[in-house]
Design a protein around this ligand. Structure first.
Ligand SMILES: Cc1ncc(COP(=O)(O)O)c(C=O)c1O
Length: 300
């Protein structure tokens, strides 16, 4: 046993469950591609194990939060497309390009830095422009998207791969916030259309986006696919390139903590398998003692 494993508790990962869950999700969202989010060390499952299993199950892309996480996947020999979900610091752009990662952008400074790094490496970097439609975490304001998309289009070393957003409350019973976010997202896509900017792909859904809400101009990806929203683009077949970004391949609990597993449009459970088991050794057991002290600072 290595010293790293001396602690009397461990998590056991069932990689075959990750494969099966990814396969269920990939079938559910087809013809859209499945993007498996493996940030935060694959949510504690091990980034590389989770990424390989998700790819085995049918995910086409991977997503991470940090450039370092993407480099870790490359170091492990993983060649699949990897998207960094936040705009990296400008100093990280050279390494991002060197590791052949795709990146999210939402500021002029980020666009400049990414373009400069890609040009220096003689590469064309695929970039995903993120619009904040209400989550208020990262992303550009809807009003700024056309200008930023133009700035990307002006840089020959950048290729606009998608315009995307993230839903803040997709798993909640109240669909109103999600409807408002999607409406804003579609307004942005319409503005881009109106000024002739081609958006090859769009992605909005995470695992919780599981029941269809009709939105003007949107097409749900397959009648029974709860997880994906995409719109047909005039100039490119979007089905193969749009990707819901899902962390649901893991069901140690459920997506993002206590969420229920995704359901199909008909409401049937998509039957995910638990991916992690927590095991611990009993360190001590007390029976029949008079209790005078229950823990630090608590006297009985
Ligand atoms: C931008 C983005 N997309 C998708 C996901 C996956 O979310 P979920 O686990 O709900 O599928 C995350 C996870 O935090 C995320 O940050």
């Amino acid at each position: 046993m290595s010293p790293r494993h001396l602690r009397p508790a461990r998590i056991e990962i069932d990689a075959s469950a990750v494969v099966a869950n990814a396969a269920t999700m990939a079938a559910l969202v087809a013809p859209a591609a499945l993007c498996a989010v493996v940030k935060a060390d694959g949510y504690g499952h091990g980034a590389v194990v989770s990424a390989l299993a998700a790819l085995d199950g049918g995910a086409s892309l991977l997503a991470v939060a940090l450039v370092e996480e993407g480099i870790g996947l490359r170091d492990a020999g993983i060649d699949a497309p990897v998207l960094v979900l936040s705009e990296p610091p400008t100093e990280a752009m050279d390494e991002l390009v060197g590791a052949r990662l795709e990146t999210t952008l939402y500021t002029s400074e980020g666009i400049d830095a990414a373009a400069t790094a890609a040009m220096a490496a003689g590469e064309v970097l695929r970039v995903h422009l993120k619009v904040d439609t209400g989550m208020q975490r990262v992303g550009a304001r809807p009003d700024d998207i056309v200008g930023l998309a133009r700035a990307i289009g002006d840089r020959p070393s950048l290729e606009l791969a998608s315009v995307w957003t993230h839903l803040a409350a997709a798993d909640e019973a109240d669909h109103e916030p999600t409807k408002r976010q999607l409406a804003r997202y579609h307004e942005v896509l319409d503005e881009l259309d109106a000024v002739g900017i081609d958006v090859p792909s769009c992605h909005a859904a995470n695992s919780g986006r599981r029941s269809p809400i009709p939105t003007p101009g949107s097409t749900w990806c397959g009648a029974a696919s709860p997880c994906s929203v995409w719109r047909p683009r005039t100039s490119s077949p979007v089905g193969s390139t749009s990707a819901p970004r899902c962390g649901w391949w893991r069901r140690s609990t459920s997506p993002s903590g206590s969420r229920p597993a995704p359901r199909s449009a008909t409401g049937s459970d998509t039957r995910s398998r638990p991916t992690a088991t927590w095991r611990r050794w009993r360190s001590a057991m007390r029976t029949g003692w008079p209790v005078v002290w229950r823990g630090p600072g608590v006297r009985c």
